[in-house]
Write a protein that binds this ligand. Structure first.
Ligand SMILES: [Zn+2]
Length: 166
């Protein structure tokens, strides 16, 4: 499968995660590590619930398999997709949709017991569309202005009260 030109930006995300020890990408790598911790916590909680709730062992094995897949491969793919959306904007989502359509795979499919390198295209598209919508609705999100605006708003609410909003 030949990738499209926008996919190079996705591949750059992998390089940032694995090969650069540059202080300019420390924040990116720190956020990636934090995402891994959140995914790990989620599945640890799920697995603990499965142990105590009983039910078929197949559910527990599937949950353990999904945890390993997300931590080993899938989260990195989603983060690289989001990096590409951050750099290129919503057109990357279209490029990925085109690539997925060319592959003619079932967009919801994933193996319940085999190791795969990429999550289901449905999961990838949902993450990219959510990121794209965030960029469109809050254009400052790409420049960091939105975060500063939110922080300023919180600072002002704490200084002047929140007017009954919570
Ligand atoms: Zn990738």
């Amino acid at each position: 499968m030949i990738l499209h030109l926008p996919d190079l930006v996705h591949e750059m995300g992998h390089i940032l995660i694995h090969h650069l020890l540059d202080v300019r990408v420390t924040a990116f790598c720190d956020h990636y590590k934090r995402c891994r911790e959140i995914v790990d916590q989620h599945y640890r909680h799920q697995l603990a619930n499965r142990r105590t709730s009983g039910g078929p062992n197949d559910y527990f094995r599937l949950e353990a398999h999904l945890r390993q897949q997300w931590l080993d491969k899938w989260l990195e793919e989603i983060v690289c997709d989001l990096f590409a959306v951050f750099v290129l904007g919503p057109p990357f989502v279209w490029a990925h949709c085109h690539l997925a359509a060319k592959q003619c795979k079932h967009i919801f499919s994933f193996s319940h017991d085999q190791v795969t390198t990429h999550p289901a295209d449905d999961a990838r598209m949902k993450a990219m569309l959510a990121q794209s919508l965030a960029c469109l609705v809050m254009p400052g999100i790409r420049s960091g202005k939105t975060q500063r605006t939110i922080q300023n708003g919180k600072r002002n609410r704490s200084r002047f009260g929140d007017g009954g909003l919570s």
